[in-house]
Design a binder for this molecule. Structure first.
Ligand SMILES: Nc1ncnc2c1ncn2[C@@H]1O[C@H](COP(=O)(O)OP(=O)(O)O)[C@@H](O)[C@H]1O
Ligand SMILES: [Mg+2]
Length: 509
């Protein structure tokens, strides 16, 4: 007899159904798992055997074959333990085979028969719901699964015995509740930043339109400080976005205590990060920083210290909003729509361009340092600003009256305007930064004065086509912040100024 259990394989954040077929037949004693399993899946056998034994069930001395179908779909990860064990228990008559069919099953087994949490429970639950099935998942992952739908059946047992008891009716499992993470304390606030009005305005603009930002300035100017305050002015995730972000975190195994948070992701990987860490991949297919920053911010501090190859690997996700990872015999892709924020010193010694400062190596100090950034990479950054060291007199000033709350309100208003505009036009974009070239030409068409300025500047600055469209996007955001329906000359002039960057970055690109 063959018993069937449904589980899933992950392709990006999508859960593809996998049929686990278990056959116990007379013949030489064996226990084999077939169907393109990776090493972790092959090791499943040992864990399943021990966990069953610990639960008081020994495998019959027969020929046991487990087939994971479709066989050509690669299967990675340790979540196949539980479906295989459930299939065996159904084949042995310990669990009702017909009822088990109503569920998608995933989970890892410990040798003592307890069920350990696995990555990807949320996407699996959403996939199960789409198939019209319930979900059986590890106890600790229950709250995460409960997010998928308010009414699907979810069983989150802590052990194989608890699962068996549930089906026997001796100890029925209750449905887990979805949990939201108490957002750990207040975020750092913009009131802490004295002076730096230009930088604060640039931060507000990039938050409002989702634009990529680069800050260049001497050490101690407050660049890192400003970037860390970006989350405090970004609007919270909408319920749909929350689910999208959590799917990626779930696949990466980063959903802390299975609770979801409405805060936008803010990732700041160290400059020693590898391409695999940044874009995804590695031994196990896993989302990288660009995907963990999906719908949030990727902050690269000390930008030129990153490996140039790693930075260039960001170019594609920046353009397509997806991270594609090639595996041995297939490809996976994860969403990666993020806002890039970078900070850097202008040169190795840090003070190039400071009034009265002479780098010991002269111009070379800055040219060599900035040469680590490629032109095409910089071309993708819309707002580039010079952050000058702040004078001691500014530091002695009282705290600014305006903090993150006021700025966040303006950002939210500008974002609401964008959302409404895109909804009216029936396009899936959320922010101006996300617009395609045709769309931005349409919604940011400048008035006559503005058009003349843009054309002259495009020639003089030798803007690339991408640069031209990115200037339009920033100008659209500037108009949105003022609730102007039409992009005017002043908006374009300011947007062009951000494109040009300050004197400290003059050597790049
Ligand atoms: N504009 C400012 N207002 C108040 N404190 C500042 C300001 N700029 C810098 N600081 C102080 O200097 C420290 C270093 O700033 P930081 O952001 O790390 O500089 P950078 O990243 O530009 O090298 C901050 O932690 C803060 O205490
Ligand atoms: Mg810093």
């Amino acid at each position: 007899m063959v018993s069937h259990v449904t589980t899933v394989a992950f392709q990006g954040v999508e859960a593809v159904p996998v049929d686990v077929q278990v056959q116990i037949a007379p013949g030489a004693v064996a226990f084999a798992v077939v169907g393109l399993p990776d090493k972790a899946v092959a090791e499943s056998r040992e864990r399943v055997r021990s966990a069953l034994l610990a639960s008081g069930l020994s495998l019959p001395p027969k020929r046991i074959i487990v087939n994971l179908a479709p066989a050509d779909l690669p299967k990675e990860g340790s979540h196949y333990d539980l479906p295989i064990a459930v299939g065996l228990m159904a084949a042995m008559g310990v669990l009702p085979a017909d009822q088990v069919l109503d569920y998608v099953v995933l989970g890892e087994l410990s040798l003592d028969g307890t069920i350990a949490p696995v990555a990807g429970v949320l996407p699996a639950a959403i996939g199960a719901n789409a198939l019209g099935k319930g979900l059986i998942c590890p106890g600790k992952s229950g709250p995460e699964a409960a997010w998928a739908s308010g009414d699907m059946a979810i069983l989150a047992p802590r052990s194989l015995i608890a699962l068996a008891n549930h089906f026997k009716g001796t100890q029925v499992l209750s449905r887990p509740d979805p949990k939201v993470r108490e957002d750990g304390g207040p975020l750092p606030d913009l009131v802490d930043v004295k002076g730096q009005e230009t930088a604060k305005r640039a931060l507000e603009i990039s938050a409002a339109g989702g634009h990529n930002l680069l800050m260049v300035g001497p050490p101690g100017a407050g660049k890192s400080m400003l970037a860390q305050r970006l989350p405090s002015i970004l609007p919270p995730l909408s319920p749909r976005e929350l689910l999208e972000v959590s799917m990626v975190q779930s696949i990466a195994g980063e959903l802390g205590e299975a609770r979801l948070s409405a805060r936008r992701p803010f990732r700041s990987p160290h400059h020693s990060a590898t391409t695999a860490a940044m874009v995804g991949g590695g031994v196990k297919a896993r989302p990288g920083e660009v995907s963990l920053a999906h719908l949030g911010v990727l902050f690269l501090d000390e930008l030129p210290e990153f490996n140039p190859a790693v930075l260039d690997a960001l170019r594609e996700p920046l353009e397509t909003a997806r991270a594609v990872i090639a595996r041995a015999n297939h490809r996976v892709n994860y969403p990666a729509l993020f806002q890039l924020v970078c900070a850097m010193n202008p040169c190795r010694c840090g003070y190039y361009g400071e009034p009265g400062h002479q780098c010991r190596r002269g111009e070379r100090c800055a040219t060599d340092y900035q040469a680590r950034l490629s032109g095409p990479f910089l071309d993708r950054i819309d707002v580039r600003i010079d952050v000058a060291a702040i004078p001691a007199t500014d530091l002695a000033l009282p705290a600014p009256t305006e903090g993150s709350r006021e700025v966040a309100a303006r950002v939210a208003a500008a974002r609401a305007l964008q959302t409404r505009r895109f909804a009216d036009l029936n396009v899936p974009a959320r922010t101006n930064a996300e617009c395609g070239p045709r769309l931005i030409e349409e919604i940011a068409a400048p008035d006559a004065d503005g058009a003349r300025l843009l054309n002259d500047a495009a020639d003089a600055m030798r803007l690339s086509a991408r640069g031209y469209h990115r200037v339009l996007k920033v100008a659209r955001t500037l108009a949105d912040l003022e609730e102007c329906p039409r992009v005017g000359r002043l908006h374009l002039a300011e947007a062009l100024a951000y494109r040009q960057a300050g004197p400290r970055l003059a050597l790049a690109a």
